[in-house]
Design a protein around this ligand. Structure first.
Ligand SMILES: [Zn+2]
Length: 447
């Protein structure tokens, strides 16, 4: 066994790097979401799919691109009707080429894109980005609509001979959905049994992820109470919007989430004013049971002697995936005596996590690699000195092994102090509403 943490200096990722990493992940996630929404949601089903559209032969009118803008008289007052042209940016096409293909005049396309370019990086347009033009018979663009997601778009409009770009939002209809539901089985199944749309489950799981491990912490009879805005667009369900309040009353854990607007974005905090975003997962593996807890004095199953066990053993079938509990850097990977095949990660704040007795390492995982929360590290095994397949998971801080609980259940960042009084008042009000709801799904009823 390894009694002392690997003492490794110079592996303290700076706070800044971590924020950059988180920022990058959020950025990618946002782009992915927007792509998804713009591609698969905003386009009606009657429209051809992107693949179908891309499969069409595209003729980029090269002649039009070289055509020089005709010198023009001052604009006459337009009385002719505008036509609407809708299209997407094709592979290998510039924004200018897209607008020309849709019938815009080169001068007007250049001027409109100049205005759009203040808000969008035109050199990095996605293939498939939608644009809608209102256009005159001479190719003058009256408006250019550039959807950002289902409800946000940029509108470039002609005014005084030039173009201005404004960010706009589509108004959605909101209705409030409130319920209390008894948990039996998965959250999905429970919501369904309570007569609630199961599509709400991912929204709730996202908020609860850092507080409740549904694999191990949830018990039959737990109760979830929710107040959430359901948004529709033109009478059709669009999405679940802001969660006004969420309470999870469990036998093992309690959790909560309430929104706070910080700098124009909504962030969620628990009832104690701690961010629901946690730096660490609640466990590195989906385990069947804890076969040996952290203890400074225990009878060793193989050595039959009292030796401290400064780790938690998670029993799980051989081959079960093991994941990084938080963002960090691989500082050790390899066989290490009794620990068998082991990975050690260095995290911010002087924390190290150890994953021992692995069966196999993740392919391509190397010392020095940066990993993020949830990165696959290897599989559960019994390499080294182990009686059966389990993950020996240890946590060290500043060179000492500590109970993993101190890391895995660490609280999120506190709410900014100046927002706290209003937050507490709001929470008390919503909690009152949530507690008054009658519980559905008791004994299979849908009351
Ligand atoms: Zn162990």
């Amino acid at each position: 066994m390894f009694d002392k943490p690997l003492y490794l200096r110079g592996f303290q990722p700076s706070r800044r790097r971590r924020f950059e990493a988180v920022g990058a992940v959020l950025f990618v996630a946002t782009i992915a979401t927007v792509n998804y929404l713009v591609f698969f949601r905003s386009n009606d089903l009657i429209e051809p799919s992107l693949d179908q559209r891309l499969a069409l032969t595209v003729e980029v009118p090269e002649a039009a691109a070289t055509e020089s803008p005709a010198p023009r008289e001052p604009e006459p007052v337009r009385t002719e009707p505008l036509r609407v042209e809708e299209g997407v940016v094709m592979r290998g096409e510039t924004a200018t080429q897209t607008l020309l293909r849709l019938g815009a005049s080169p001068a007007s396309a250049a001027a409109a894109l100049n205005a759009l370019g203040d808000q969008v990086n035109l050199r990095a347009l996605r293939v498939g980005q939608k644009v809608v033009l209102e256009i005159g018979s001479d190719g003058t663009i009256a408006t250019l609509t550039f959807p950002l997601d289902v409800t946000h778009y940029l509108e470039v409009a002609r005014s005084d001979g030039g173009y201005t770009c404004a960010r706009k939002e589509v108004e959605t209809q909101k209705e409030l959905v409130q319920f209390a539901c008894m948990i039996r089985g998965s959250l999905y199944a429970s919501l369904e049994r309570c007569g609630v749309d199961r599509d709400l489950a991912p929204v709730l799981l996202d908020l609860l992820e850092g507080q409740v491990d549904f694999f191990t912490d949830s018990r039959r009879g737990d109760v979830i109470r929710v107040s959430v805005e359901r948004e529709s667009l033109d009478g059709k369900f669009l999405r679940y919007g802001r969660v006004r309040g969420l309470l999870y009353e469990g036998k093992v854990v309690t959790a909560s989430a309430f929104p706070v607007e910080v700098g124009g974005t909504v962030e969620y905090y628990d009832a104690d004013g701690r961010s629901v975003e946690r730096a660490f997962r609640r466990s590195p593996v989906k385990y069947t049971r804890i076969s040996s807890d952290f203890s400074l004095r225990r009878l060793h199953p193989i050595l039959h002697a009292y030796t401290p066990h400064r780790a938690v053993d998670y029993a799980a079938p051989r081959g079960t995936p093991v994941h990084a509990v938080g963002d960090g850097k691989v500082v050790f990977k390899g066989p290490k005596g009794a620990a068998g095949r082991m990975v050690v990660l260095q995290h911010e704040g002087g924390w190290q996590t150890y994953y021992a007795h692995l069966d196999k390492f993740a392919k391509d995982l190397q010392v020095g690699d940066r990993v993020t929360k949830g990165t696959f590290l290897g599989t559960v095994g019994s390499s080294g000195r182990a009686t059966g397949p389990h993950l020996h998971f240890a946590v060290a801080r500043e060179g000492r092994f500590v109970h993993p609980r101190s890391l895995l259940t660490s609280a999120g960042q506190p709410i900014p102090r100046e927002l706290e009084p209003e937050f507490k008042t709001g929470v008390a009000h919503v909690v009152g509403e949530l507690k008054a709801l009658s519980i559905r799904g008791v004994d299979g009823s849908r009351s």
